[in-house]
Design a binder for this molecule. Structure first.
Ligand SMILES: Cc1cc2nc3c(=O)[nH]c(=O)nc-3n(C[C@H](O)[C@H](O)[C@H](O)COP(=O)(O)OP(=O)(O)OC[C@H]3O[C@@H](n4cnc5c(N)ncnc54)[C@H](O)[C@@H]3O)c2cc1C
Length: 355
């Protein structure tokens, strides 16, 4: 049953967003597909909602139908050779699933511990953290293809998974109903790649550790950065990182590095990482800080601020509006552009609003 005028602030981790004209909670994959099909048939706009942890919804709300993906359940099948296939319904809570795999001694997802949201959203932006991305573990997804009006299975390779993106992100194409991952069953983590995590675990990069140890270390690191949801801590009233790390083309890199050197000094090392042929990835957090926005920087009379624990998280201090948040985001984006000539791009999906 569709409910009218449901405030979306109750369904986003930012606790922001005006009302949805219609709201349908769908508890089975077939119900999700049916709700989207029906709304499409009526010519209404559809917003597919998981945990609301990567959504910035306008204060005016959403004038179509919100379909909340709430189907649950999972199963494990052996693939032989110490590998298993984990199939999970899209509405399951992501971290609860990671926790269960760790308890079962399955390796692969442990570095993605503590990320909020639903399972179905993880392929949408190719969720990643601490050196691991969904793309490395994904076998396939079952999805409702809205143009074809049918449920299909797509292999991971067909999803165009890239840095925090896929062919599904920000599009109206399809709704993920079910996700399949390939995991290892030896009780050990995937090789630890992330420098900070390896240091905390006391191992060299590339080594494996017991899965539970990796999960606890990741959770501890994330809590220190306000990256694990905690209703009592406004530093976690966010969408996680608001901006992606900018990718700069080789021909533009010299100019950007000269601007950085002019501002912060030629002797200051600039964090940069290879990002494919002729491209480098810079650190958005580093650029934001060097452009003059420190952790805890406030905007809109203190109603919004950068998290006190993480420069990339824009947070609602309790009484903010979406417009307050977007003003701060624009100030930061413009500040970085003026300082270094780099355009920061938002990571979350903006609904009914723009930067
Ligand atoms: C504190 C915090 C920390 C975070 N840390 C990380 C991190 O380390 N790494 C990272 O990658 N992200 C991180 N995020 C962002 C966010 O948690 C992920 O992007 C998450 O996968 C979003 O899931 P969700 O269910 O909340 O999606 P929602 O916010 O509900 O939706 C996001 C987008 O996906 C679409 N969508 C949702 N479900 C489906 C579906 N079943 N089928 C099709 N489309 C769908 C929505 O329509 C929307 O466009 C963080 C967020 C917060 C608040």
């Amino acid at each position: 049953m569709a409910r009218p005028a449901v405030p979306l602030s109750g369904y986003t981790t930012l606790r922001l967003g005006g009302p949805a004209a219609r709201f349908v909670a769908a508890g089975a994959a077939e119900d999700v597909a049916a709700a989207v099909r029906a709304a499409d048939g009526r010519g209404e706009r559809v917003l597919v909602l998981g945990g609301g942890s990567n959504l910035v919804v306008a204060d005016e709300g959403f004038d179509g139908t919100v379909v909340q993906v709430a189907n649950t359940g999972s199963k494990i099948d052996s693939l032989g050779d110490g590998r298993v296939a984990l199939t999970v319904e899209a509405g399951e809570d992501w971290d609860a699933v990671v926790c269960r795999t760790v308890e079962a001694g399955l390796g692969g997802l442990e570095c993605l511990s503590g990320i909020p949201g639903s399972v179905g959203a993880t392929p949408v932006q190719n969720v990643g953290a601490y050196g691991v991305e969904i793309a490395e573990l994904l076998i396939s997804v079952d999805l409702y293809d809205r143009a074809a009006g049918e449920i299909r299975t797509l292999a991971a390779e067909e999803l165009g998974l890239g840095y925090r993106t896929s062919v599904l992100k920000g599009t109206e194409r399809a709704v993920v109903l079910r996700v399949r991952f390939e995991l290892a069953d030896g009780g050990m983590s995937a090789p630890i790649r992330y420098t900070e995590l390896a240091r905390v675990l006391g191992v060299r990069q590339g080594k494996q550790v017991p899965v539970e140890q990796a999960r606890q270390a990741v959770l501890e690191l994330r809590r220190g950065k306000g990256m694990v949801l905690d209703a009592a801590d406004h530093d976690t009233w966010s969408v996680g990182s608001f901006f992606t790390n900018p990718i700069v083309l080789k021909q533009d890199l010299g100019g950007v590095l000269s601007r950085i050197a002019a501002r912060v000094g030629a002797d200051v090392p600039v964090p940069q990482y290879p990002a494919g042929v002729g491209k480098s990835k810079l650190s958005a957090a580093w650029l934001i800080e060097r452009a003059g926005f420190a952790k805890g920087y406030t905007g809109a009379d203190g109603r919004v601020s950068l998290s006190g624990k993480h420069t990339l998280a824009l947070t609602n201090r309790g009484s903010a509006s979406t417009e307050d948040l977007l003003s701060l985001a624009r100030e930061i984006r413009d500040g970085v552009r003026v300082a270094f000539g780099v355009d920061l791009q938002p990571e979350p999906v903006l609904v009914g609003c723009t930067l």
